[in-house]
Design a binder for this molecule. Structure first.
Ligand SMILES: C[S@@+](CC[C@H](N)C(=O)[O-])C[C@H]1O[C@@H](n2cnc3c(N)ncnc32)[C@H](O)[C@@H]1O
Length: 279
């Protein structure tokens, strides 16, 4: 995939609230208080190459994402928001929800989603920033966020936003790029990679692209008030020698039963978690 350009968004101050700590990954505000957005950058997806080029060759990964979402997302509910929804690739997974909001920062992706769903009155498409969600507290049963965390410099601030807009007992389904994956462990063990996959700081493999350690993500979710209930290891066979030779449907069928059991060791490049806001 080509690396998207970036837009810098200056920090927005937290609303004055005596005794409320300032913005930080480690100390998000309480879940019923709008969070301050720290100074951050947003990658710019200025065209539709992500839809027309990147996903044209990734049937296997698309199937794996869907398997994980079907396993972790409550099948029905009132209101769901997908944050960083892109052009709406996964929107058909949300059929059981009465109202669906697809939010994304990219004008090109938002325009494509609006065009695709213009006849579907259940789906609303909004342009916006994950660090400052334009929604009321407690207004969603479910938040979904797939393939976005790797673009976040301050994921804790965004997780605090997820917790704020979820109702008590609401569910977050979150995907992140896994730093502690088997390929990275082997390369490190063989001396072909300097950075350690075992330390919990993020690894920035390209500008504004971060692999994160599962323990770091779990810690940030907990601090945002979101309790991890299930973990799945995803895209286990994302290796060109397998992906280019074997049918995507076959690989995904083998992966399906493995995603849950391997969630405790997460050997794959992608991890999905289901987390719940205390009810
Ligand atoms: C790799 S794409 C994933 C799109 C979609 N979730 C999918 O899996 O097909 C990343 C998306 O996140 C969006 N994004 C990145 N940072 C964002 C932010 N701070 N607020 C809203 N959207 C953001 C980008 O515009 C882009 O559409």
């Amino acid at each position: 995939m080509t690396t998207p350009e970036r837009t810098t968004v200056p920090a927005t101050p937290a609303p004055a609230a005596p005794g409320v700590p300032g913005p930080s990954d480690d100390v998000p505000g309480p879940s019923d208080t709008p969070s301050a957005a720290p100074d951050h950058e947003i990658p710019r997806y200025d065209d539709l190459r992500y839809r027309d080029v990147f996903w044209a060759a990734r049937d296997y990964e698309d199937r794996c994402d869907r398997l994980a979402i079907r396993a972790l997302l409550p099948p029905t509910g009132e209101r769901l928001v997908e944050v960083g929804a892109g052009y709406g690739r996964l929107a058909d997974e949300y059929r059981g929800y009465r109202e669906v909001v697809l939010l994304d920062a990219s004008e090109a992706h938002v325009a494509a989603a609006r065009e695709q769903f213009r006849d579907d009155s259940r789906i609303r498409v909004e342009q916006g920033d994950a660090y400052a969600l334009p929604f009321d507290d407690g207004s969603f049963d479910a938040v979904v966020c797939v393939r976005v965390v790797h673009h976040l410099e301050h994921p804790g601030a965004v997780f605090a936003e997820f917790a704020r807009v979820l109702r008590p007992g609401g569910v977050l389904v979150l995907e992140f790029a896994n730093k502690r994956n088997l390929k990275a462990i082997l390369k490190h063990a063989l001396g072909r990679q300097e950075w350690s996959p075992f330390t919990t700081e993020p690894h920035e493999y390209l500008p504004l692209h971060f692999d994160r350690h599962p323990l770091e993500v779990r810690r940030l979710l907990r601090r945002a008030g979101l309790r991890v209930e299930e973990v799945r290891a995803v895209s286990l066979f994302r290796l060109p020698m397998l992906r280019d030779r074997l049918p995507a449907g076959w690989l995904a069928a083998v992966e399906g039963p493995l995603q849950g059991p391997l969630g405790s060791v997460t050997p794959g490049p992608s991890v999905y978690v289901q987390a719940r806001k205390a009810g």
